[in-house]
Design a protein around this ligand. Structure first.
Ligand code: ZN
Length: 249
């Protein structure tokens, strides 16, 4: 698939403009608001689902389905599996009006045959060249973009291993699918950890009312239903405050 091979897929559902994503002290203030939680869960659910779709073709799956090319796998995952999932998927922030939002490719990693090989790109720019990283992260929540970067770094690592053997990851469909399975699994896992840390650092626990089972598990996170409730309550409080004091930012 052309010079710059998609090793990715960091799909990103477009978020309402006011809540454009970003970590660090440079994060916009809204990144610390509890309403970010459902966005993080939304991303987590997407990457968990995508990991599952790639597993079907992955090298380490003893029952893997064979494919002629990585392109074939990519198109199947994107246009068939992920599209079908999107029709009945859970919406932790509530279902968007008019159905699901468009998905967008975020970062990509070059294949070992790319120029330069195994480099991470944002659009047509290398992520770590010039001011690209700064522009990529600006105005975004680090809780969202850092897992995306970890995802690409996993591909980069796999790409370098393939290159060391004079091979192309993309030309090896089961290995490529394995890389996508692992990168998406990691992406979801980091988001899951961040969700719990976010709740732990919130004085109100973001309104989560854990069950006894959840209370006993320091790694548990809210269920989708609980998250929907937390989000609704948060929106109601916002609405009330807007009515009482006028809209904030
Ligand atoms: Zn990927």
């Amino acid at each position: 698939m052309r010079q710059r091979v998609l090793l990715h897929l960091a799909v990103l559902v477009l978020l309402p403009s006011a809540t454009v994503l970003a970590v660090s002290p440079d994060d916009p203030p809204e990144c610390k608001e509890c309403r970010q939680l459902c966005n993080m869960m939304d991303q987590m659910l997407q990457h968990e689902a995508i990991a599952g779709f790639y597993w079907k073709y992955a090298f380490k799956n003893p029952n893997r389905v064979s494919a002629k090319s990585s392109d074939e796998i990519f198109n199947q995952v994107k246009d068939v599996d992920f599209a079908a999932w999107g029709k009945t998927r859970p919406w932790p922030c509530g279902a968007p009006k008019g159905g699901g939002g468009p998905t967008e490719v975020d970062l990509e990693t070059n294949d070992s045959t790319g120029n330069p090989p195994c480099a991470i790109f944002w659009g047509s720019n290398e992520l770590y060249k010039g001011d690209t990283y700064q522009r990529f992260t600006q105005g975004k929540c680090s809780d969202i973009y850092q897992p995306t970067i970890k995802h690409e770094e996993k591909h980069q690592q796999d790409c370098k291993a393939a290159k060391a053997m004079n091979q192309s990851l993309f030309d090896n469909p089961p290995m490529w699918a394995q890389s996508e399975f692992e990168a998406n699994s990691l992406h979801a896992k980091v988001l899951r950890q961040e969700i719990r840390q976010f709740i732990n650092s919130s004085p109100s626990g973001c309104g989560w009312e854990p069950t006894d089972g959840q209370k006993n598990d320091p790694n548990s996170i809210p269920s989708v239903k609980q998250m929907q409730k937390m989000h609704e309550r948060d929106e109601q409080i916002r609405h009330f405050l807007d009515m009482a004091f006028g809209p904030g930012d």
